[in-house]
Design a protein. Sequence first.
Lengths: 271, 327
Amino acid sequence: MTAPADILRRAVASGERPTPAGPLMATRVFAWRAVLKIKHVPEQLADTILVPVMFTVAFTYLFGGALAGSTSEYLQFLLPGTLVFAVVIVTLYSGVALSTDVRSGAFDRFRSMPIWRAALLAGSLLGDIGRYLLASAIVIGLGMAMGYRPEGGAFGVAAAVALVVVFASSVSWLWLLLGLTVRSPTAVQTAGFVGLMPLTFASNVFVDPATTPGWLQAFINVNPVTHLVSAARGLMSGTLPLDEVIWVLAASAVLVVLLAPLTVRRYSRRS
Amino acid sequence: MQPHLAIETSALAKSFGATRAVAGIDLAVRPGSIYGFLGPNGAGKTTTLRMLATLVRPDTGRAWVLGHDVVAEAATVRRLVSLTGQFASVDEDLTGVENLVLLARLLGHSVRAARSRARDLLEAFALANDGDRLVKSYSGGMRRRLDLAASIVVRPEVVFLDEPTTGLDPRSRSEVWNIIRALVADGTTVLLTTQYLDEADQLADRIAVIDRGRLIAEGTPGELKASTGSGVLHVRLLEAARRSEAAAVLTDALGIHVDVSADPALLTAQVADPERVPSALGALQRAGVTVTEFALGQPSLDEVFLSLTGHPAEADPVAAETEEEAA
C-alpha cells in the first residue's frame, strides 16, 4: 500500500538541491559504506578467514612437534605467516564486492551521479583496511590464546600489521581489476583462490624453504608473500629486517603503479 | 531562448561488436511528460537509456538532456538525471535508511539532512517500518519502491527507469505506477522502458516502439492504436467446435477476413466499419451459434506491435543475450 497521496506528493516535491559531494567527501561516504557491510555481513569475513584459522590450529597441533620440535615453538614461527595468509585472502573480497555492485546495477547508479568516479574504488579500499585490521586482530587473538607470545611486543605487532595492510591494499587493486573484468562475484572468488593458493603455499608461511627442492626455492625466493612473511616474522619477534621491509614496500608500490591506472581506466570506460 | 526539450536525440547509434544495438534513433521528449520506450528484449532500449545517462558513449549521432550534450557535457547531465537500472540497484547488505542516506550524502546533503530526507522518503513510499531492516529481506515490490525513492533523493529533472515493473505482482505494479505519476505531476520528466504494452498504454503520454535498434513508430497511445485500423472485434463462442462455422458467418456479414486465435473459442477481426457489427452478431444468432462474450474496441498495443513489426512482441533470445552481455 502506498502512503496517502499528499505525503507522496510532498516527498517527491522536496526541492532542495545541494552541491554534490567533492572527491574527498564522496570517498569518505563510500568508505562508510564498506564499513557498514563489515558490520551487517560479519559472516563474510568469518568465512574468508576460516581457512587460515583452521590451518593454524591444524598445523600447530598436528605437525608442530614434527616440524619444529614442539607445538609452541612452531606456533611462534607460524603465526606471523598465518597473519599474512589470512589478510591476503581477505583482499579477494574487494573484487567480489565490486563485481557484486557491477551486477546489481548499484555501479551504474553511482557512475551516473555527479561525483568523482573513482571515489567508489578509493572509498572501498579505505573501508577494506578496517576488514584487514579486523582479520589481523582475530588471527593474533587466536594465536595469543593458543600460546603465541610476540617478542617484538605491541610495537612490533603493530608494525607488522601495518606492513601487511599496506601490501594487502596494493594487492586489492588486482582483484578490483578482476572484479571489473569477469562476469560474476563467484568467478572473482574462484579465480582469486586459484591465484592465491600457490602464492601462499609456495612460500615460507608453513615451513622453512631450505628443505624444498631447488626449483621451488627459486620461486619461493621471488614470491612477495615470502618477503612479507619474513618481514612480519622479524618485526613480531623484535628485529627490524630492513631489506625485507623495503622489498615489500617496493613490491606494493610496483603493484599500485601498474594496476591502479589500468583499473581506473577500465572503471571509467566500462560500458 | 526557446525552452529545451527534456531529451533530444539525433541519429543516435551504438554497436557492440557486430551487433547494432541502437541503429540511429531520433527522439524528442517534452519536459514534464512520461515517455514510454516499448519493445521486446534486446531491442536496444537499455542501451539507449545508458547512452542518455552518460554510461555508454554513442558511436555516432548525438543526444541532449535539457539542452546539454551527453558526451561533451556529461558532468552537467549527471547533475540533472537519475538512472534506475533493470534490477533493483539498491544495496542488499545495507538497510533501507542506509541506502538512502548514502545517496543523499553523495549528492551533498549533511548527515542530518540526509537522515531526515531518508525518513521522509521511506514514509512516502510506505516503507517507514522497514527502514532499519536489511534490503536483503525486502520483497520485490519493496525493493522497487526503495529503488524509486533512491532515484529521487535529490529530485532530478529527468528520471530514467529501465523496466520499472518487470517481475512485480499486479499490486506492486500499480504502486509503482502511482509513484511515477506523482513524480511527473511535480514536473519531472520520466523516460521508462517497458516490455508491457499495457504499462506503456496506462502511463505514457507518448510511446516510441523500438525493434532491433530502430524506432518503428512514435506517437500517443491513441495514435498508435488508430494507425492499425478503426477497431477490433472479439467474439467468444460457447462451443469451440462451431468456430469455423461462426467464422464463415462473420466473414459473410462483415465482408472482411476473420482471424482464428490460439484460444479455440475466440474469433477476432479488424473491423473497418463498426456499424455492421450488430447485424453480424444477429447473423450468428440466427445461425444458432451461442456467443458468450463479445467486445468491440481499439486494438491492444500487442496487436499494434504485431501489425507494425510483423512479429509479436516477444523476446528475441539471440539479441537479448547480446544486449545483456554488452551491458
